[in-house]
Design a binder for this molecule. Structure first.
Ligand code: SF4
Ligand code: FES
Length: 378
């Protein structure tokens, strides 16, 4: 582990100060508790327990600070936000702060009556996760028997109440071939949008690389399905797509650039530039119970660490794409290169790229289908 100094003032490679923009969206992870146990969960390996969660009054203060900072939209998420009995109170506080409220849910554990209550409290939009296309597949991947039936019932209520719906489908080696059916199902459920996200190998997903890594052929298949479906469904349903970047030439601009458009607040109030940031062990994260969201956004070491371009090493430093993809994903660089400042090894210009591709090919041919499910670790 390296103890690396971070610049309190972000600068470009010419040494000019860089002023951060303002966040538009905030992810409010109000709990890590969840009835599902997806093996690619984006929550950290060390989950916050119920007793560590911020109460609704604290969330109300955070939402007001977020709105003052420029945030327009809050994604109320988890874990499963429905496990919090005060969810409606939290939603109401977000609505009262003037935020557009997107509820991200597994659909498990929220009754029709509660969904109506959430409608009155101010939920503007619902995002429902989909693990598979059949009961056996969905239940096995989510680690929750009966999840499929509950989800389908929940989706029907969403349509009856009239919420706009987005389906979120994480795809990987064990369900990617059913992507056309997932898109059809989203359309049948009345979704206006589907997010097709190839699994990102941080945290829990990284533990499950050999069970989840798609093959190169699957990645190409998914890209073709998305392209064809976008044409076919134009004007009816939007398809957002996160491709399999282990098979790409250039990395994605993760989070649209570190500390540029969004921020995450963990159940205990820790404020993160992205969900996987705690994997950067030398980085210190601040808590909104101790410092204002505005100060954390503008002044904290964690948010300023990878703003601007001064921090970049070669080959990013002299690359024409440095303000396009910002050197890729910092957490992926941490996981794959052991250094959060390194060029994301997904990039073909990284000296580690060839090894990464070889490892991905090997993982994709792994014969294991067994998952390590997400759980609170002792
Ligand atoms: Fe992006 Fe860096 Fe690769 Fe250039 S060298 S494409 S900036 S990751
Ligand atoms: Fe943290 Fe990409 S997940 S920067």
């Amino acid at each position: 582990m390296k103890d690396q100094p971070v610049s309190p003032q972000p600068r470009d490679i010419d040494g000019n100060p860089v002023t951060p923009g303002l966040p538009m969206a905030m992810l409010a992870e109000i709990t890590h508790r969840c009835p599902l146990a997806c093996p690619y969960c984006s929550n950290p390996l060390e989950l916050v327990r119920a007793q560590g969660e911020m109460p609704a009054e604290d969330w109300a203060r955070v939402f007001r600070q977020a709105a003052d900072l420029g945030v327009l939209q809050v994604h109320v998420s988890g874990g499963e936000p429905g496990v919090r009995r005060d969810l409606a109170q939290i939603v109401e506080a977000a609505r009262d702060a003037g935020l557009y409220v997107n509820l991200i849910t597994s659909g498990i554990g929220i009754t029709r009556e509660r969904l109506e209550e959430l409608d009155r409290a101010g939920v503007d939009h619902v995002q429902l996760s989909l693990q598979g296309i059949r009961p056996d597949m969905a239940d096995r991947i989510s680690g929750h028997p009966g999840s499929w039936d509950k989800k389908m019932g929940f989706a029907a209520w969403v349509a009856e109440i009239g919420f706009p719906l987005t389906i979120n489908a994480v795809v990987h080696r064990q369900n990617m071939e059913r992507l056309p059916d997932m898109i059809d199902l989203a359309e049948t459920l009345g979704a206006r949008r589907i997010e097709v996200a190839t699994v990102q190998f941080h945290g829990w997903a990284d533990l499950n690389r050999k069970a989840l890594m798609p093959t190169r052929e699957q990645a190409a298949f998914a890209r073709a399905v998305v392209n064809e479906s976008r044409l076919r469904l134009r004007g009816r349903m939007v398809i957002d797509y996160v491709p399999a970047d282990h098979h790409a030439i250039y990395p994605k601009a993760c989070m649209g650039g570190w500390g540029s458009t969004g921020l995450n607040v963990s159940p205990d109030g820790t404020v993160l530039p992205c969900h996987a940031a705690p994997s950067i062990k030398w980085m210190r994260f601040e808590n909104v119970r101790e410092r204002s969201l505005s100060d954390i956004w503008h002044l904290s070491e964690s948010f300023n660490a990878f703003r601007g371009t001064e921090w970049m090493p070669e080959p990013c430093r002299s690359c024409e794409r440095k303000t396009v993809d910002f050197g890729g994903c910092r957490c992926q660089a941490m996981a794959l290169a052991g250094d959060a400042r390194a060029t994301d090894p997904v990039c073909s210009k990284s000296p580690l790229h060839a090894g990464l591709v070889a490892q991905a090919e090997e993982d994709a041919t792994g014969d294991t289908a067994e998952f390590i499910y997400r759980r609170i670790r002792k």
